[in-house]
Ligand binder design. Structure first.
Ligand code: C2E
Ligand code: MG
Ligand code: MG
Length: 588
């Protein structure tokens, strides 16, 4: 990240300044005044619109100082040129007297400030402030780009990843709906046949090489077609082909993809022959939402594999054995609360400075009488789809608050509890009532409760989200963005919401100390979170080396297997008591 200098005007490299003024004397006076105060300035003066346009297109200026009105053109037309160029450069009007009204309306148009000619006392602090502001904005933009790269691209293949794919498919469908057009297209789920054999016979490097070659071949197949290609992970790829729904055309396209595997793959002088299985799901017949389409195309792909591989299958409803299982699970989930099959585990949250437990995240589990322990990743989506999440969420909230209150009463009054809120829950106005009731019934102070919301939930409907977050904030609860870095958002966007905590996703932490570039991303996220005054939590901390690196990054809190796996309430209570005993012992 670009360092934000404390004293921009005196920094070593010169400030490149564009002065738009018909008076050469005024411009020179401005320059000499800045130079006399120690600023190194490279300045160029222009005094007409064509020159201004040329100057803007040619260079990235640090700052633009513009007279208000000049013969034939004025500051607002200059600003207009700047805006059209899409550049974010501080723009200051520098002129003889103009009315307050004119100055305010210019600022409404995007002018950063107005300075009266000769008012050098104001000029330098304003320039310095604007340079700092621009540097901070550019640092946020750079960080966003890097986070996007990490969140949306697959390093191995240099193709977009699953996240990106889902976002683009949903965008396409939403755009069709917005234009009143029926969305249509085909999602192809491609999986290499018996790929594991390559890894086990020739090693991972050979496997990676083949995956890169496969990516290149698929890329050629979709070139200029407008189709979106992504690597989902492992040996799985996806293509979304907008507009393609004619079954015969789809079939031809699938055949064409298969032909891309006809020629042998070469690795270290050895010829390797590979085939693939392709599952096909059509919009809108097989779904109008990317996750449905993916699920159905994957089912069809698995079916093609069962048929011996090297082929394609269209999705048909009967294939969906898993959907039958889902329906069964849904009806059993309905009774899970009343049958007392749900329970909570707690994962300690550790303060990075003292390494003491300062809170816990509540994680729900389902102990199914026949299926055994079911992890939340498997049943929360079903609860979301069926609306059962409302009841489950309410139960989790009440139980969590009750538990936290119990810890307070045992003398651990500074322990806070974090509760996950799913996107569906977050979208329901009832959430406010549910939260306030849980707090009132248990007597837990609101500031001891943190709600964890994922980025995608917030970004789904930013307007609604902003309103909901403000209302929750007003209640006094803390708000945290969970799995940061995996959703669709950017830090500059999140800045608009009243958020307290950023939980950096496990995938970033895992890469720490292994990959320098990913380390740089964590560094960037930490620095920006600091500048936005957010508390940072690293989740999925598994090794002492990660702890050390995160401490260096001044990460505020840790969560992860290195400290503790999620545990039952009794184990958590024992942990708190033990820490308290130790603290007392060191005091005495
Ligand atoms: P999450 O909120 O990001 O929770 C953290 C997950 O990471 C937990 O998985 C936890 O067991 C796991 N984890 C913690 N430390 C480590 C580590 O060091 N390494 C690794 N590899 N994993 C670690 P879990 O319990 O399976 O929960 C998965 C997700 O299910 C949660 O992700 C959350 O999104 C959702 N979830 C859990 N409980 C609830 C709930 O009560 N309500 C809702 N709506 N969602 C829940
Ligand atoms: Mg969480
Ligand atoms: Mg998380």
């Amino acid at each position: 990240m670009e360092r934000i200098d404390n004293n921009m005007l005196l920094r070593k490299q010169p400030i490149s300044m564009l002065v738009v003024d018909d008076s050469e004397d005024d411009a020179f006076l401005l320059y000499s005044e800045m130079a006399s105060r120690g600023a190194k300035v490279d300045y160029r003066r222009v005094d007409n619109a064509p020159q201004m346009r040329e100057a803007l297109e040619a260079a990235e200026w640090d700052i633009i100082i513009c007279d208000h009105s000049m013969p034939g053109f004025d500051a607002l037309s200059a600003l207009d040129i700047l805006k059209r160029s899409g550049k974010d450069i501080p723009f200051i009007i520098y002129s003889g007297h103009i009315s307050d009204q004119t100055a305010y309306s210019a600022m409404g148009e995007g002018v950063n400030d107005y300075i009266q000619k000769g008012n050098f006392a104001r000029l330098l602090p304003v320039i310095e402030r604007e340079l700092k502001g621009a540097a901070a904005r550019s640092a946020v933009r750079q960080a966003d780009t890097r986070i996007m790269e990490l969140a949306y691209f697959d390093k191995l293949s240099a193709l977009p990843n699953h996240n990106y794919f889902c976002m683009r498919v949903n965008e396409h469908i939403a755009e069709c709906e917005r234009l009143g057009k029926a969305p249509c297209g085909t999602l192809l789920y491609i999986d290499l046949d018996r790929f594991l054999r390559i890894n086990s016979s020739f090693g991972y490097e050979a496997g990676n090489d083949i995956l890169r070659q496969t990516s290149a071949r698929l890329k050629e197949c979709v070139a200029e077609s407008g189709a979106i290609l992504a690597r989902f992970g492992g040996d799985e790829f996806g293509i979304f082909y907008p507009g393609l729904t004619d079954r015969l055309a789809v079939q031809n396209f699938a055949e064409w993809l298969k032909q891309a595997f006809d020629a042998p793959f070469m690795h270290a002088g050895i010829e390797l022959y590979l085939t693939c299985s392709i599952g096909l799901a059509l919009v809108p017949d097989d779904g109008r939402e990317v996750y449905d389409l993916l699920m159905n195309a994957e089912t069809a792909m698995a079916n093609a594999k069962r048929g011996g591989g090297n082929g394609h299958r269209f999705y048909v409803r009967e294939m969906n054995a898993t959907s039958a299982e889902r329906i069964a699970m849904e009806s059993e989930l309905r009774h899970a609360i009343e049958r007392d099959e749900l329970f909570l585990q707690f994962q300690p949250c550790i303060d990075a400075g003292t390494l003491r437990t300062i809170g816990a995240e509540a994680l729900v589990r389902w102990r199914h009488p026949e299926r055994g322990l079911i992890p939340p990743d498997r049943f929360i989506p079903i609860a979301d789809e069926s609306g059962l999440i409302v009841d489950i969420g309410e139960w989790v909230l009440r139980q969590s608050c009750r538990q936290a209150k119990a810890w307070h009463e045992l003398g651990h009054a500074d322990i806070s509890i974090s509760v996950n809120v799913s996107a569906v829950q977050f979208g329901q106005p009832r959430l406010l009532e549910v939260v306030s009731r849980a707090l009132a019934e248990t007597g837990l102070p609101p500031q001891a409760l943190t709600l964890e919301i994922t980025e995608s939930a917030v970004m789904h409907d930013a307007e609604q989200a902003a309103g909901m977050l403000r209302a929750l904030k007003h209640m006094g609860v803390r708000l945290s963005i969970d799995d940061f870095g995996t959703g669709y958002s950017s830090l500059s966007y999140l800045k608009r919401f009243p958020i307290d905590i950023l939980k950096i996703d496990k995938s970033f932490i895992r890469a720490l100390g292994i990959n320098e570039e990913d380390g740089a991303i964590v560094h960037t996220i930490m620095a920006l979170a600091k500048s936005l005054r957010l508390t940072t939590i690293a989740e999925g901390v598994e090794t002492p080396q990660q702890v050390e690196l995160l401490q260096k990054e001044q990460c505020d809190r840790f969560q992860g297997f290195h400290f503790s796996r999620p545990v039952d309430h009794a184990v958590m209570t024992e942990r708190l008591q033990e820490e308290q005993r130790k603290a007392c012992a060191t005091l005495h």
